[in-house]
Design a protein around this ligand. Structure first.
Ligand code: ATR
Length: 273
């Protein structure tokens, strides 16, 4: 019987995960079926348990269920515990649920694949919500010189940075406390969704700096347009999406897909849309 996987979200129809995992399965010769399931907002746990009762072996979890997924797990990876969120569920042999988060490692791998050095870098991360919490541990593991979390609500950034103080040189504050230059600036706010730009100083970027938006679209986000105008190299989050999927696939199937052709395929279909 074909092993079943899915992505849970609400809404989920737009998700690219089924196409990504179908490409990974074809590439690696793994016989899996991967679908998108819209879980009810008030019963995520029920949706997961129904899925496993019907033969589901694992799942990805997207907005708005990552924290709920975290709460239902019997066992968590260390990085998921730090993140307070789970994007990858695995059904264990005796029916228990194991949770992991692959978003942060996805970001770090995508940056690496574009030749962006994090060791010794001065990093600015914008935003202090769940998306940012999920990437701080893997970023700090790369031993940057410093990491500043800048957020509209200063106290949230300070509190978030405090939670990761044991892992490296990390501080947090409001946008007014952002003082460049930075080598790598990562936008993890949801401001791009609304077409907004966080208020940032013009002299934000060091020479050769990279600007990364965890969002992506057919067109560059306002943040990336703004950054490119100031000389930074713009990268969007499409590669992170593919890399986090590849790490989930690895957790389930113990095979590492080649991500570059899948990223290129998605890029082509985005530009065509
Ligand atoms: P996610 O799970 O995507 O991280 P979230 O936890 O709701 O979502 O966090 C959204 C982040 O985007 C927050 O850091 C938020 O700033 P506040 O903490 O001040 O609310 C930030 N954000 C959302 N809209 C924004 C905007 N228009 N300008 C700047 N920051 C914004």
């Amino acid at each position: 019987m074909t092993d079943r996987y899915c992505v849970f979200g609400h809404p989920v129809a737009h998700s690219k995960s089924p196409a990504i995992h179908a490409a990974f399965a074809e590439q690696t010769g793994e016989a899996i079926a991967y679908t998108a399931i819209e879980a009810p907002l008030d019963d995520f746990a029920g949706a997961w348990h129904r899925f496993t009762a019907e033969g589901g072996r694992g799942a990805n979890v997207t907005v708005p269920f990552k924290e709920e997924a975290y709460r239902l797990c019997d066992t968590l990876s260390a990085r998921a515990r730090r993140a307070g969120a789970v994007n990858t569920l695995i059904l264990g042999g005796n029916g228990e649920t194991y949770g992991d988060t692959t978003d942060g490692v996805g970001l770090v791998r995508d940056l690496a694949s574009h030749g962006v050095a994090l060791r010794g870098a001065r990093i600015l991360v914008l935003g202090a919500g769940g998306a940012v919490r999920g990437v701080l541990e893997p970023l700090l593991a790369e031993t940057p010189a410093s990491l500043f979390v800048g957020n509209r609500t200063a106290e949230k950034a300070a509190a978030l940075a405090e939670d990761f103080r044991d892992l490296g040189e990390v501080r947090g504050g409001g946008f007014e406390a952002v003082a460049g230059p930075y080598d790598v600036v990562i936008n993890g706010t949801s401001a791009s969704l609304a077409g907004d730009l966080p208020p940032l100083p013009d002299e934000l970027f060091a020479p050769g700096a990279t600007a990364y938006d965890m969002m992506y679209g057919a067109e560059p986000t306002v943040f990336l347009q703004w950054a490119a105008e100031r000389g930074a190299r713009p990268l969007d989050g499409l590669g992170m999406l593919v890399e986090q999927a590849a790490e989930s696939f690895f957790q389930w199937r113990a095979k590492r897909p080649d991500t570059a052709p899948v990223r290129d395929m998605l890029r082509r279909s985005l530009s065509a849309s």
